[in-house]
Design a binder for this molecule. Structure first.
Ligand code: IPE
Ligand code: IPE
Ligand code: MG
Length: 258
């Protein structure tokens, strides 16, 4: 297997970047990795095989992020609503994510990836997985090339609920509640809002991903099922991002001379 950010010969593989304007990259890209079950279904395989096949997609996307020079990549791996799935699938996903951390941790560390998790670290998440999460975060905490955040047992609404609880615990009066007071109590206050969010599998929804932070994100929906996603899809989404005009509620940038 090639190391992250390199091709089989260990050289940087930047094929597919082409004429992209590297001075106008999104700082933070979020990814809703969806469609694993359908990918498996199309092949007559159990849903869990789709999740397993998603690992290659994820690491190719990470390589793409490294090649491009993205600084933040956040991937939705397990939502607070995914506990509704059959117990066998949930059990598989817990072990699978633990396995990824064990298998890939050193490789990510070597490439300067800082691994972090956002989500509720509650009793439902197996202790062994929580330990692996803490180990990976600790090992990679000083890396700065790319921050790879796994949204795991994550729900945007629950994150806001947790921030409101923290506000109350901190004794903040109603008059002092503002956006900054809430932002600073989210799970990772230093994480910039995503500029671009990609959702695979042709679904046009957010499904509780980073609700607060998505206020002005550019959304790109792609038909490809997650296990078929590769860095070229990431590059294509970034190109689409670069064609958009972000206005943040303002007006079009006035033309020169007006
Ligand atoms: C995304 O793929 C992975 C997780 C939600 C864990 P799905 O498992 O949702 O796949 P589909 O949407 O059923 O095809
Ligand atoms: C969103 O996908 C969650 C993850 C990708 C982890 P879902 O498959 O759970 O979302 P819905 O149910 O289609 O909205
Ligand atoms: Mg799905």
């Amino acid at each position: 297997m090639a190391a992250l950010g390199t091709d089989a010969k260990g050289e940087i593989d930047d094929s597919g970047i082409g004429d992209m304007d590297l001075s106008r990259l999104p700082v933070h890209v979020g990814c809703v990795m969806d469609g694993n079950g359908r990918w498996a279904g199309q092949r007559g395989l159990p849903r869990t095989e789709g999740h397993a096949a998603g690992e290659e997609a994820l690491f190719d996307a990470i390589e793409g992020a490294l090649v491009l020079g993205l600084r933040w990549l956040t991937v939705y791996a397990f939502s607070t609503e995914n506990w509704r799935r059959p117990p066998d699938e949930v059990r598989f996903l817990m072990r699978f994510n633990e396995g990824i951390l064990v298998r890939r941790r050193d490789e990510m560390h070597q490439k300067g990836v800082r691994v972090r998790f956002v989500g509720r670290r509650d009793w439902r998440v197996p202790k062994r997985l929580l330990r692996r999460i803490e180990e990976a975060e600790e090992l990679t905490q000083d890396n700065r090339r790319l921050t790879l955040t796994f949204a795991f047992n994550y729900g945007g609404r629950v994150e806001i609920v947790d921030a409101v609880r923290a506000l109350i615990d901190d004794g903040v009066s109603a008059a002092r509640v503002n956006e900054q007071a809430i932002s600073s109590r989210l799970y990772r206050p230093d994480m910039p809002d995503p500029d671009l969010v990609i959702r695979t599998s042709g679904e046009f929804r957010i499904s509780n991903f980073l609700l607060w932070q998505l206020a002005y994100s550019e959304l790109v929906f792609v038909d490809v099922l997650w296990p078929d996603f590769r860095r070229q899809h990431l590059f294509e989404a970034v190109r689409e991002f670069q064609r958009r005009e972000r206005r943040y509620g303002g007006v079009e940038r006035p033309r020169f001379g007006r």
